[in-house]
Design a protein around this ligand. Structure first.
Ligand SMILES: [Zn+2]
Length: 371
């Protein structure tokens, strides 16, 4: 087991406390086995039932507070049948707990006393929650515009929160400086985060009785969830549990579409571009470090990307409220993307709902309740 650089192929021991290759490339890891169906029948309902697929060394003990096993519900929107995976129903309120549980478990086994992270909110909350559970000190660098509800959550978990003026990318620069002194538990860089996110794909497979939906729609910011779902589905195919991968459809806000543009233009990595603030602040990632892996996953799954306008996100958000689903605007971008699919592509499609709306009540009040 080792880290392998996507760019130059250099390998590193999993004991090394690094977040990227010396060449600047991002790292990848491989699963170290496969869970049997018989084993699954005997295991607890957390993401750790899929542990073999995470690629962690055997001595790593799980830091687990009940992540995973989120509901899958059938629904009907605008005369089409679809599935919602309620991945916002997790200990810290977003899908990111799947990745944070795996990454912080590794950090704890390495004896790391202090982790740093940068986040617009959900990843910072998830890393803070798991660092607290593991007894590891945590510092989160956030963009100044991060919603207060998410900052309160990080602080109450015991993290130090550093507000960085400017854009999301400035918080990223600040944490890379801080990473010279502490371990960078990065949801954007560290491959174990995406390895943990695979668990959502495995759950979908189990919840649908060993089948997969024809298409899955996911919001893309850094693209970690997209990459994790792809790796999970590809793993199921590789071990012979399914025959075909779902088509993966990634949604970006038109205000910040570096992956969407790259896909449209056939580029191997994200498109360098100026971006604007979006109501879907959870996917406002101007320079996604694992962009090449995300674009590769898009193409390998036969998927595609969709850009959505601000008013389309808000309209989808209202629609989710009317269905009783209280998610943040970033999550609503997935439904906004789904509404732009062809009639044939809508039916049977699964939409990942990624973050809880209860973290953003102030913002939602300003958006929908003030006249
Ligand atoms: Zn390299």
């Amino acid at each position: 087991m080792a880290y392998t650089c996507f760019t130059c192929g250099n390998q590193y021991s999993l004991n090394e406390k690094l977040f990227r290759c010396s060449c600047g490339g991002f790292l990848q890891v491989e699963p170290n086995g496969c869970f049997s169906k018989k084993q699954l029948a005997q295991r607890d309902f957390s993401i750790w039932r899929y542990r073999e697929a995470f690629g962690l060394p055997a001595q790593v003990k799980s830091v687990s507070i009940g992540e995973g096993r989120t509901p899958l519900v059938r629904s009907k929107v605008e005369d089409a049948h679809l599935l919602f995976k309620l991945d916002f129903l997790q200990p810290s309120g977003s899908f990111k707990d799947r990745g944070a549980s795996v990454l912080i478990s590794l950090a704890k086994s390495l004896g790391i006393p202090h982790v740093v992270e940068d986040s617009s909110g959900n990843a910072g909350a998830a890393i803070s929650a798991y660092a607290a559970a593991a007894g590891i000190r945590c510092t989160v660098y956030v963009p100044a515009y991060t919603p207060e509800g998410k900052l309160v959550q990080m602080k109450l978990y015991g993290s130090d929160v550093v507000k960085v003026p400017g854009r999301r990318q400035d918080a990223n620069q600040a944490v890379i400086e801080a990473a010279k002194e502490a371990y960078y538990a990065s949801h954007l860089w560290n491959p174990f985060f995406a390895m943990g996110l695979q668990s959502a794909a495995f759950e979908i497979w189990e919840q649908l009785g060993g089948k997969l939906p024809p298409r899955v729609v996911v919001p893309i910011g850094g693209g970690g969830f997209f990459e994790g779902l792809y790796l999970g589905f590809a793993f199921l195919k590789q071990v012979g549990y399914v025959r075909k991968l779902p088509q993966l459809i990634g949604v970006q806000a038109e205000k910040c579409p570096p992956i969407h543009r790259a896909f449209q233009e056939g580029l191997p990595d994200y498109r360098e571009m100026e971006v604007e603030p979006t109501v879907a602040e959870g996917i406002a990632v101007q320079k996604p470090p694992r962009g090449k892996a995300v674009l590769q996953a898009l193409r390998n799954s036969g998927g595609y990307t969709i850009g959505v306008q601000e008013e389309e996100i808000l309209s989808a958000e209202k629609m989710l409220f009317s269905l009783g689903l209280f998610v943040e605007p970033t999550s609503a971008s997935a439904l906004a993307g789904w509404r732009k699919l062809s009639r044939e592509d809508k039916d049977g499609t699964l939409i990942m709902l990624t973050g809880n709306g209860l973290k953003e009540t102030k913002k939602l009040s300003d958006l929908f309740l003030s006249s």
